[in-house]
Design a protein around this ligand. Structure first.
Ligand code: PGA
Length: 249
């Protein structure tokens, strides 16, 4: 299967001008993309100035579960779809830290799945939880609660992003063996919640200090279906190098 490579730009870069330059460089280098599916998730305020038809797809980093109304500061799934985005990241640990609960994430995913947009559901344990041997319990709870009352037909369209919090933005390269263990565990949870066929349709990707030096350890070694790249996706050359390494495998 061709890997899914998602760039999460977070709250970067500082200006639309810089965002256009970064995207331009990525698109220019896109000749070598081969089969990889590339999704760029810039800050929402820049999106409509960046979206264009071409070798990359676009996503946003958050959304709201109502279509419209008196919800200051929120962006609806309809708006996201209307400007041509195909993906939404939901439940990133940086948002969970700001108060996003599994229940709110569940509402968002249900709303997204009413549209054609693909939700990228982020889950992950803290270092403390891992050290206390709680990682699997935490992940199971996140999966079950975030996907609560979502039918198998709809669940098939979800992308599950395993992002251990201790590996995000830290340069701590997680051992691919540990990541593989989690992938196998998540597949088991999904088979239990749904069935084998549904579980096989749900892509499981990895995020946490991914760059060109370790991408193949996760895609090939841990057999992940893709990666979610933060910091290193802000450097066009490095990001293109990661894509090329992924393609070479
Ligand atoms: P990172 O971020 O690649 O900078 O660790 C990944 C993410 O938070 O999605």
């Amino acid at each position: 299967m061709n890997p899914l490579i998602v760039a999460n730009w977070k709250c970067n870069p500082e200006s639309l001008k810089e965002a256009k330059v970064l995207l331009g460089k990525i698109i220019k280098g896109a000749d070598g993309f081969g089969g990889a599916e590339i999704v760029i998730c810039p800050p929402s305020i820049f999106i409509s100035s960046l979206v264009e038809k071409g070798p990359v797809k676009f996503g946003v980093q958050n959304c709201f579960w109502e279509d419209k109304g008196a919800f200051t500061g929120e962006i609806s799934v309809k708006m996201i779809e209307d400007i041509g985005c195909e993906y939404v990241i939901v439940g990133h640990s940086e948002r969970r830290k700001m108060g996003e609960t599994n229940e709110k994430i569940n509402l968002k995913i249900k709303k997204i799945l009413e549209s054609k947009i693909t939700p990228i559901l982020c889950i992950g344990e803290t270092l403390e939880e891992r050290e206390e041997g709680m990682a699997f319990e935490v992940l199971e709870e996140q999966v079950k609660r975030c996907l609560d009352k979502i039918s198998k037909e709809k669940a098939k369209r979800v992308v599950l992003a395993y992002e251990p919090i201790w590996a995000i933005g830290t340069g701590n390269f997680a051992d691919a063996k540990k990541i593989e263990e989690v992938r196998i565990f998540l597949e088991k949870i999904l088979v239990g919640k749904y069935d084998k066929k549904t579980a096989e349709s749900i892509k499981i990707i990895y995020g946490g200090s991914v760059d060109s030096s370790n991408i193949s350890a996760y895609l090939v070694g841990a057999e992940m279906d893709g990666v979610l790249v933060g910091g290193s996706s802000l450097k066009a050359d490095e990001f293109l190098k990661s894509i090329k390494s992924a393609k070479a495998e």
